[in-house]
Design a protein around this ligand. Sequence first.
Ligand code: HEC
Length: 147
Amino acid sequence: MALAALIVLGCNSSGKKEEPGYGVQKETPKAETSADFRLNKGVGPVTSVTLGAEVDQKLAEEGKTIYANMCMACHKPDQKFIGPAPKGIFERRSPEWIMNMILNPEQMIKEDPIAKKLLMEFNGAPMANQNLTEAQARAVLEYFRTL
Ligand code: HEC
């Protein structure tokens, strides 16, 4: 059933690209829900994140290493790959949403409107739970600020 959905989605998107008028890649919408994306904190353990005025370079370095080891199989820093690129992510997601997506992707793709849409956009390929601790996810978030 899931496989069938995947195939159908795959056909749709490749079919669309060949039609005239679909050549221009649509940009990711800035706000994907009726409410401002900043208000969407996602579902999961993280309810509030405070970002410092300056990037914490030491924490960002830690995050970069975690990202290289646990995420690069599917994500490149600045280019779409199996999953989206995190470069510019703060222009479309709240920090809490990002951390909940890292820590609780299974529930996010079931219940969160942005995550559900994203799963469709990526033809049903789900974001993987890499079992990061909250502290590790926070470090990755800080690394994303440097991209
Ligand atoms: C097995 C592949 C895979 C791995 C490993 C993976 N991801 Fe993902 N990720 C995806 C896919 C596919 C999506 C988009 C589809 C979805 O959300 O279900 C995604 C989505 C995301 C998003 C949402 C991006 C956006 O633009 O809204 C974030 C944030 C994210 N991943 C972070 C991470 C981090 C951090 C790691 C490492 C700890 C990681 N991912 C590991 C496949 C992966």
